[in-house]
Design a protein around this ligand. Structure first.
Ligand SMILES: O=C(O)CCC(=O)C(=O)O
Length: 321
């Protein structure tokens, strides 16, 4: 595999040097020096922009997140700021108060049970390899990919998450995405283009799909269709950490079950906000401001404000975020 080739190369390198392995990776850009990641894991992330850790979240915790999700779907709990999304293929008239009507929850930072995911010590231990010790949870999602209706709307177009973020630097941001059940090609696992994290932020917009596209599901405008793809098949509790420039998406769910995953984007608490005027992010800036105005009747709120407002410190000190 690519992982073991990288490890072999590293072992070979180490064998020809009289310095400790830490010195070899001290020039790395995408990860930080600490004692958690093995040299081959760091090298893998540096080269590929993602790192899969097996069996990181307990089945017991996942069951609690699932139960909380179901309570939210049944409207037994009201969560301030929570955004409940439905698939475009489901007509408004078909409202049913259970998970069949919900394709995604966003911004669950005010739900103590779901937010516990973002504070799990074993997740933060990995997160700090990328962010350093001061950590903000910036963006939270529980994705409930529905069985596809045949219109292929359950797909998630290929994209870079940095498109949504008006903060930098990119390499101090990381996503943790945990499978809440076995995810595979049949139910629409994540698909990544390894190594694309070393590129720049590309232009994103709504893809021209015949069956319709979900709200805010922008896709990357041009990427190399011949770039090698990796389908991240994962077991329940497995967690992938990935860089916000890594091009990724997910396929249709061809099963009758709902494919669930829970995720959090973390940023170093000493990241800084940027002005996206004149950049490829102007379209998302505009769309987010319009939604904020409509939904919360908030005039004059900036794209950056919407992030500063949702972000929560999960470790260390809140510095500039
Ligand atoms: O869980 C998935 O299917 C993909 C989610 C994703 O990439 C996103 O929401 O940004």
């Amino acid at each position: 595999s690519k992982m073991s080739r990288a490890a072999d190369r590293l072992k070979h390198l180490i064998g020809h040097l009289d310095r400790p392995p830490a010195a070899i990776v001290s020039f790395t850009l995408y990860s930080l020096d600490n004692n958690l990641l093995a040299p081959e894991q760091r090298l893998f992330y540096e080269e590929n922009g993602f790192l899969l850790i097996k069996n990181l979240v307990s089945h017991e915790d996942i069951e609690k997140f699932r139960q909380e999700f179901e309570r939210i779907c049944r409207r037994e709990v009201q969560v301030p700021g929570l955004v409940v999304m439905r698939d475009v293929a489901i007509a408004k008239s078909e409202f049913i108060p259970d998970q069949r009507a919900v394709s995604k929850l966003q911004d669950f930072q005010e739900d103590p049970e779901l937010f516990r995911f973002c504070t799990l010590p074993q997740i933060l231990e990995y997160v700090q390899c990328f962010t350093g010790p001061n950590i903000m949870a910036m963006h939270t999602m529980l994705i409930n990919k529905p069985p596809d209706t045949g219109k292929k709307t359950s797909r998630h177009p290929m994209h870079q998450d940095l498109h949504y973020f008006p903060f930098r630097p990119a390499h101090r941001i990381v996503c943790a995405w945990t499978a809440m059940e076995a995810v595979n090609r049949q139910n629409g696992c994540l698909v990544v283009l390894p190594g694309t994290h070393t590129g720049t932020l590309k232009e994103h917009d709504y893809p021209e799909w015949e069956g319709g596209v979900n709200k805010m599901y922008h896709g990357v405008r041009d990427y190399n269709p011949d770039h090698p793809r990796v389908h991240l098949e994962m077991e329940k509790g497995d967690t992938v950490f990935f860089h916000p420039l890594l091009i990724h998406g997910s396929g249709t769910n061809q099963t009758q079950g709902f494919r669930k995953a829970i995720s959090c984007h973390y940023a170093a608490a000493d990241c800084y906000y940027i002005d996206v005027k004149g950049t490829t992010q102007e379209n998302i800036d505009q769309e987010v401001k319009e939604i904020a105005q409509k939904r919360y009747n908030l005039d004059g709120v900036s794209f950056q404000d919407t992030w500063a407002f949702r972000g929560r410190l999960v470790q260390g000190d809140r510095i500039s975020m």
